[in-house]
Design a protein around this ligand. Structure first.
Ligand SMILES: Nc1ncnc2c1ncn2[C@@H]1O[C@H](COP(=O)(O)OP(=O)(O)OP(=O)(O)O)[C@@H](O)[C@H]1O
Length: 252
């Protein structure tokens, strides 16, 4: 469903990503790991349209998408979360999920709140769907709370519910476990699996939390200095000497 081919990005002579290749099938959970500065965020930004490649491209369902704008890519069925959260903190939890459906389109907060402008053309997710998503992430009891008042772990789960309101085919998660304690991380692991099982979507995640990556992902790709140095099952990657070397003295 998703394929990067020869994907490369240079910043002022620095090769942030070099000749990257990845294939992702429907229903797969794949992790991208690597030391700081290895190119993970660059890869995410290239796939989601926030950066243009210097070379190569990205195909989604057979179509070249690397020259499309982020909103156009989102419309094709790719949703992403960001490091940290980007919730509408003053809107309720439920309103955040409903507004998630509009994130496929360039609506702003004022339009979401008023239901006017572009928000009128692109209506929010139905109340039924929003409640279903809230139930899945375990936040129905706090549906009326302002999103900003939730503990951080719950905000991360809300972000996932909001991304799912766009009914994506591919969900990209940028360090979903950052800032979570081990029990919140375990809840997150189950949630991501449940989301995949229920909606059959593909999940691509960047993560530094090795426990989460090794227990959740079916396949892992390892980057170092912008290059793929290993790819395989968690067991294969963990026993790969190149990976151990890349992480020597690192954050793994
Ligand atoms: N907009 C930019 N301008 C210049 N250099 C950049 C830019 N974005 C990233 N880089 C450089 O590209 C390289 C790869 O960075 P990237 O953020 O993709 O790594 P990362 O693996 O996501 O790191 P981290 O784990 O710290 O988030 C780094 O050397 C970084 O300094």
């Amino acid at each position: 469903m998703l394929e990067t081919h020869d994907l490369s990005k240079t910043f002022n002579g620095l090769m942030a990503l070099q000749q990257h290749h990845l294939q992702l099938q429907r229903g797969e959970i794949v992790g991208v790991i690597g030391p700081n500065g290895s190119g993970k965020s660059t890869l995410f930004n290239l796939i989601s349209g926030f950066l243009r490649p210097s070379q190569g491209g990205v195909r989604f369902e057979g179509r070249e998408i690397s020259r499309l704008a982020p909103a156009a890519i989102a419309r094709l069925g790719i949703a992403r979360t960001f490091q940290g959260t980007r919730l509408f903190k003053n809107l309720s939890v439920l309103e955040n999920v409903r507004a998630g459906a509009q994130l496929r389109y360039p609506v702003n907060l004022a339009e979401v709140v008023s239901g006017l402008g572009r928000a009128k053309i692109h209506p929010p997710a139905s109340e039924k769907m929003a409640w279903e998503l809230l139930e899945m992430v375990g936040l129905e009891a706090v549906a009326d709370w302002p999103a900003g008042s939730l503990p951080y772990g719950n905000q991360r789960r809300l972000e996932i519910a909001r991304a799912l309101a766009t009914a994506p085919k591919l969900l990209m998660l940028d360090e979903p476990a950052a800032g979570l304690d081990s029990s919140e991380t375990l809840t997150l692991l189950h949630l991501i699996r449940q989301v995949r099982d229920r909606y059959g979507l593909a999940v691509l995640l960047i993560e530094h939390d090795m426990d989460l990556v090794m227990n959740l992902c079916e396949r892992i790709q390892v980057l170092a200095y912008g290059q793929v140095i290993a790819e395989g099952t968690p067991a294969e990657v963990q026993s790969d000497p190149r990976v151990q070397e890349a992480y020597l003295g690192g954050t793994a």
